[in-house]
Design a protein around this ligand. Structure first.
Ligand SMILES: [Zn+2]
Length: 264
């Protein structure tokens, strides 16, 4: 392409390959932006930090009782509903608060929740918080929740509450358990119940019945798990699902929660 130069030439440089690729990239970005603007549905609101807090938010409060503190912690996560009433309606976490009578370590808890709220409001994928928090280990050792699930720290338990919440609002999904796997676990539970009833005729069939209501749910021989199944008090920790649900069946360590077996 010929270009007529009217002004005096004061200097020149040769266009390098790098310059050319930069220009091409800028072009591509501009084109993408134009495409996005032209597409219908670009008025879908995504979470970003400029979104103002509405007067009211919907949310849930989770009670968290750990053996670490005398008093329970109450974890509140409030959500914002974006694009309400449209097909792009989405509920996203907006803020998190923790309340307790127990004021030990409270400055750290407040700091953590403020930073988490800031991450929620930034938008994008916030589910990484769950993995980060669940990977925090207390150097003093963790504790067992009701149901025999091992919690490596209080932070990890907060992470699992956030996980439950994100599942409840549809931002996280459980990995699908295959029908075969479910059948396998049911079979192992039934086999164990049969074994047990031979040994001890007064428990037996009731072994995996509805969770029993207890006055002291945090006693050592916990029997209640999240999904309502109960495991034998003598069960040991499963390293695959962190639940005290491993029993010895036919000389082989077998998890009655996730079906893991040492003998395959
Ligand atoms: Zn397991």
């Amino acid at each position: 392409m010929a270009v007529k130069i009217d002004k005096k030439i004061k200097g020149y440089s040769v266009v390098s390959a790098e310059d050319r690729s930069k220009a091409a990239k800028a072009d591509a970005v501009a084109r993408e932006a134009a495409d996005a603007a032209a597409q219908p549905g670009t008025n879908v609101i995504q979470m970003h930090e400029k979104i103002e807090r509405p007067e009211t938010l919907v949310g849930s409060t989770y009670k968290l009782k750990t053996p670490l503190f005398e008093h329970a912690l109450y974890v509140t996560i409030n959500d914002i509903v974006l694009n309400a009433g449209s097909e792009h309606e989405q509920r996203r976490p907006f803020e998190i608060f923790i309340n307790s009578k127990n004021m030990d370590h409270f400055q750290w808890i407040v700091a953590l929740t403020r930073i988490m709220s800031a991450v929620f409001r930034k938008g994008g994928d916030v589910t990484f918080l769950v993995d980060e928090m669940k990977a925090v280990f207390d150097p003093k050792g963790g504790y067992f929740k009701a149901g025999g699930v091992y919690m490596p720290s209080l932070v990890a338990e907060l992470g699992s509450i956030v996980e439950d919440h994100l599942k409840a609002i549809g931002l996280l999904h459980d990995p699908e358990m295959s029908a075969e796997q479910r059948a396998l676990i049911a079979e192992k539970r039934a086999a164990y119940a049969a074994l047990d009833s031979k040994k001890n005729s007064d428990v037996g069939a009731d072994l995996f019945a509805e969770p029993k209501v207890r006055d002291t749910p945090r006693s050592e021989d916990v029997e209640v798990t999240g999904d309502g199944a109960s495991f034998p008090p003598s069960a040991t920790m499963c390293h695959k699902c962190s639940t005290k649900a491993v029993v010895i069946m036919d000389g082989c360590a077998t998890c009655l929660n996730c079906g893991y077996s040492k003998c395959g």
